[in-house]
Design a binder for this molecule. Structure first.
Ligand code: AMP
Length: 419
């Protein structure tokens, strides 16, 4: 397979990036005719909250403010819609938008902002009618309706009735074909992406299309399936792929090591073997941990130790990178010009198991290595360590950024107007 793919002089596979780069042909905010219009903005305010219902990381709200202010300056009536959590098509009180509404009011103290208790229907239409230029209406969680995820045509039409123009700022949800991220575009003429989506797409696509070499990709986290397509795509494109986190154990198992009670995905063993073989025949080197931190029990560990990968026994649960692996990975990263990081390298939420993720993050920052963090839990890790302002770019979308890295055009961007 690799033999037949076109390579450049340096031996890198020339991937067809036509799809991914099509976003450049779509209208951005500044291409849209917005003056005095009613604008429906699909944002992703699905922010993490603690057990008291307080927002623990409001970046997804803050990052959309430039677009909101731009629209207000254009004399628009701004209608915001976002999902929150997974209410599974039913009204869930804790997932109503009131907390988000309060935070939005703090961020936009000079604007009149209203909260609707529905997202479609006659009462919302009345509220939109009353809305004046430079005012904001936040709609209720569309995932309270099963029609949202089903991309129901009537539901999408109901949303479209509220506005003249559609703008997407929901990068983190742009890989979903839902009514408010995708279907609605069939019923609105003028639609484009906002400043946040533009920034996300430029950072990630540049890194894949014009990487500064060596390009090193760090892949961690628990779910192998999510990241396998990216590995497939990056073989022949990246110089190094460093594997860590829970997914490392499926790789180790595929190589014949015992992994004890560590997480694994048996359905992906064959794929993993195939990709490691493909990498060997390419310019990409895949690195696996040489040693790991293991414990007897993840929830209440009574014994935590470091072992080489040859000494993982049947009672061990692998939870973090070992010291030797951390040093090897740091050395590779020191020689890298560009780094993409998807997924934590251990169970970083627990202080006992955060070392690998924290040391690698510290190393990247101290050495000012250009790094793009692919959202999700890796972003949460940077936030936890207080590094969020020091890293080159943190994407707001875990799953969406993985999709872009695979070279696809996200459905939520594909459905926008061409320039
Ligand atoms: P993902 O959504 O696939 O990126 O997975 C993120 C989650 O992986 C985080 O909550 C981590 O705690 C978890 N994780 C990282 N390393 C391990 C591990 N060795 N075993 C189990 N879970 C892990």
């Amino acid at each position: 397979m690799l033999v037949s793919e076109p390579k450049d002089n340096a031996g890198y596979i020339k991937r067809d990036l036509t799809d991914m780069l099509k976003f450049r042909d779509k209208k951005s905010l500044t291409d849209l005719d917005l003056r005095n219009k009613r604008v429906l903005v699909r944002v992703d305010f699905n922010v993490p909250m603690n057990e008291h219902g307080n927002i623990t990381d409001a970046r997804r709200i803050r990052y959309t403010l430039p677009t909101i202010h731009y629209l207000l300056n254009e004399n628009c009536r701004v209608i915001l819609i976002s999902h929150l959590g997974r209410p599974k098509g039913k009204v869930v009180d804790s997932l109503k938008m009131d907390t988000i509404y309060k935070r939005l009011k703090e961020y936009c103290p000079l604007s009149n902002i209203y909260l609707a208790d529905e997202c479609i229907g006659s009462s919302v239409e009345k509220m939109v009618k009353k809305l004046k230029a430079r005012e904001i209406l936040l709609l209720e969680n569309p995932r309270f309706y099963p029609e949202e995820r089903e991309n129901d045509v009537d539901f999408a039409k109901g949303l479209a009735r509220l506005a003249d123009v559609y703008v997407t700022e929901a990068f983190a949800t742009a890989h979903r074909r839902h009514a408010s991220t995708y279907g609605v575009c069939d019923h609105i003429e003028e639609k484009g992406y906002g400043f946040l989506v533009e920034k996300e797409m430029k950072f990630i696509s540049n890194c894949i299309a014009k990487p500064k070499r060596p390009l090193t990709v760090i892949l961690g986290g628990k779910k192998v399936e999510d990241k396998l397509d990216v590995i497939k795509y990056l073989i022949g494109v990246a110089d190094n792929i460093l594997i860590g986190g829970g997914m490392a154990y499926t790789f180790l198992l595929a190589k014949g090591y015992s992994i004890g009670k560590s997480v694994r995905d048996l359905s992906k063993l064959e794929d993993v073997r195939q990709y490691m073989k493909n990498a060997e025949a390419s310019c990409t080197r895949i690195y696996l941990p040489r040693d790991v931190v293991v414990c007897d029990e993840l929830e209440y560990p009574s014994k935590i130790e470091q072992v080489p990968i040859t000494e993982i026994n049947e009672n061990h649960v692998g939870v973090d990178l070992g010291d030797e692996t951390i040093e090897v990975y740091k050395d590779i990263l020191s020689k890298s010009q560009q780094v993409i990081w998807q997924g934590p390298l251990g169970v970083f939420e627990r202080q006992e198991f955060e070392k690998g993720t924290k040391e690698i993050a510290t190393h990247l920052i101290e050495n000012k290595i250009y790094t793009i963090i692919g959202g999700g839990d890796s972003a949460a890790a940077f936030e936890k360590f207080g590094f969020q302002d020091d890293v080159s770019f943190i994407s707001t979308g875990g799953g969406a950024s993985l999709e872009v890295m695979k070279g696809t055009l996200l459905p939520g961007i594909e459905c926008l107007s061409d320039k």
